[in-house]
Design a protein around this ligand. Structure first.
Ligand code: NAP
Length: 522
């Protein structure tokens, strides 16, 4: 099986065999992807002209209907996608829910948002400011769709959600997308796009996909285009420095890796509910998607006196989780995406041992269900403890993209907050505490360094969405090392695809404009 790319209204084959996609349990090659020789300038131009023109004709509500229909097609094929996610990504059923249902839920959310915006195509910010002495000259701000194409480069860990969350926002804004999934897991993205295109829901040119590296895409972006990149900080750096990005300045947003943290408040004693809730989240970080989530907890800051019991409790819970082939329903932890990623993760864990000691895991697990440790891409859930995290460097800097968490003791909450910031900017941080004074001061101190802060107290209990889960209502992205980007966040996501223009005129004209736009503070 070799995947074609859908550009210029056709499925087109790359001219070479391309790179292989594997089954991470058996190591077997399941497909190839290649886009060599495809004219990416033409692909972008087709989307920019045909796709953009068609979407520009549609209102927010009509675009919302398209998103709703896409979600319906994906829902109808749900079982097939589960199977692909298992074969190509090593997903357990629970892993696949996050990626596949996460995509469907996000599409439905944006479909609904489009409906609430009604039959309009522009956004006007509320209120107007008087600019001159006489009340005849005012200003307000107008948002209009940018006449370009959105290039969306994604990471391998979310072939479904990663692609559709970006497309959902772009399409609602009236912008055509060229999705470029990561090659390692492009099968699911390809299959979903194939089904959606076959259903003939979206206008020609609005949805495109490039399977393979896609050389020439970034180089042919123009000023009104955009690049939304999700992946490693290293690739983000390469793209940022691309000559065309520097010269032409298409919009760019980067969602990169980050060393996210969770903090147990000083009141989170071993017999408290918040302690149990934190243990649950940490065990999830060591099991769900085998730790391959960009928002995953990588560091845990815990009061020094509580560390031994926390460590004990996590090890106890991990012992009950079976690792192996996700085809077996007893398996809770699947493999990493391929043996290359496994080897990178294992070598990273080795580097961490310069500053932390391994409590459990740290290697290829031997006791696997229905899988061979020699050929599968398995990494044992690995818990480390760092005795002196304030002196540590690697523990705050190296992302292990797998099931690996490091426990770090703190003596004052202020130290914990400072160490969380030592990650250099992260996507998500969580705090488990019932103490209102702790929460109030800590949240404000954490916020500038993190894109999302989740606070769990007894009242929230189990009714939270999870440290690692990105909700379409909330912005996703983090400062500094995390890329400095922003995605989703409900209507806020539209900002990336629309231009805010200051309008200066008579109040009458501004009022008339308001009549045919949706009024929103973005
Ligand atoms: P990656 O190696 O950086 O690749 C990401 C994407 O960039 C892939 O589609 C890849 O294509 C493409 N790419 C690589 N080099 C490129 C280049 N020189 N020019 C243009 N495109 C290029 O990352 P990954 O291994 O797929 O994903 C894991 C990383 O992503 C982790 O570090 C994780 O933290 C991060 N991540 C971040 C988020 C977030 O929202 N912040 C979400 C998920 C993952 P090919 O696959 O075809 O090489």
């Amino acid at each position: 099986m070799k995947f074609k790319s859908y550009v210029c209204g056709n499925w087109i084959n790359g001219s070479q065999q391309g790179r292989p996609l594997h089954n991470p349990v058996t190591g077997e090659v399941v497909a190839h992807a290649d886009a060599t020789g495809i004219d990416m300038g033409a692909a972008l131009a087709f989307a920019r002209t045909q796709g953009e023109a068609a979407l520009a004709e549609m209102t927010f509500s009509q675009r919302g209907t398209v998103l709703k229909e896409i979600a319906a097609v994906l829902g109808e094929n749900r079982e097939k996608y589960d199977e692909i996610a298992r074969i190509n990504s090593g997903n357990t059923d629970r892993d696949a829910v996050i990626d596949i249902d996460g995509a469907i839920g996000t599409l439905k959310y944006y479909a609904h948002l489009g409906k609430t915006f009604g039959d309009t195509k522009t956004i006007v910010e509320p209120g107007q400011d008087q600019l001159a002495r006489d009340a005849v000259f005012f200003s307000t701000h107008l948002w209009t769709s940018r006449p370009g194409v959105a290039l969306q480069v994604n990471a391998y860990n979310f072939p479904s959600w990663g692609m559709w969350e970006k497309i959902a926002v772009a399409l609602l804004a009236g912008i055509p997308s060229i999705a470029k999934p990561a090659t390692a897991t492009a099968w699911l993205s390809h299959e979903m796009m194939h089904d959606v295109l076959a259903a003939n829901i979206a206008p020609m040119g609005a949805l495109n996909i490039v399977c393979g590296r896609g050389e020439g895409l970034v180089e042919n972006l123009q000023a009104m285009d955009s690049l939304a990149f999700t992946g490693s900080a290293e690739t983000g750096r390469i793209l940022r420095a691309n000559a065309n990005i520097l010269n032409v300045a298409p919009r760019m947003t980067i969602e990169a890796d980050s060393i996210n943290a969770t903090i147990l408040g000083p009141d989170a004693s071993a017999d408290s509910q918040v302690f149990d809730l934190a243990v649950k989240e940490i065990v999830k970080a060591l099991s769900i998607k085998a730790g391959q989530l960009c928002t995953n907890i990588r560091r845990v800051f815990v009061p020094k006196s509580v560390l031994p019991v926390l460590q004990e409790r996590i090890v106890e819970k991990l012992a009950a989780l079976k690792i192996g082939n996700p085809i077996n329903p007893a398996v809770a932890i699947g493999p990493l995406v391929n043996t290359q990623q496994r080897d990178i993760a294992l070598s990273g864990i080795k580097q961490l041992t310069a500053e932390a000691r391994i409590i459990t895991g740290g290697d290829i697990p031997v006791d696997l269900i229905d899988a061979d440790p020699e050929v599968g891409a398995f990494v044992a859930p690995t818990l480390l403890a760092c005795a002196d995290p304030q002196a540590g460097k690697i523990v705050h800097d190296l992302e292990i993209f797998g099931p690996c968490v490091t426990l770090m003791p703190y003596t004052s909450l202020n130290d914990a907050v400072e160490m969380a910031a030592a990650g250099g900017g992260s996507l998500a941080v969580s705090l488990f505490s019932n103490d209102p004074s702790v929460i109030a001061t800590t949240v404000v101190a954490l916020a500038p360094w993190h894109g999302r802060v989740m606070v769990v107290d007894d009242k929230v209990g189990h009714n939270h969405t999870g440290h690692a889960i990105v909700m379409p209502q909330c912005v996703h992205g983090g400062p500094g090392r995390a890329g400095g980007g922003e995605e989703l966040g409900g209507a806020r996501g539209l900002r990336f695809h629309m231009q805010r223009t200051a309008l200066q005129s008579s109040p009458k004209l501004l009022d008339e404009l308001r009549d045919c736009a949706v009024e929103l503070a973005l």
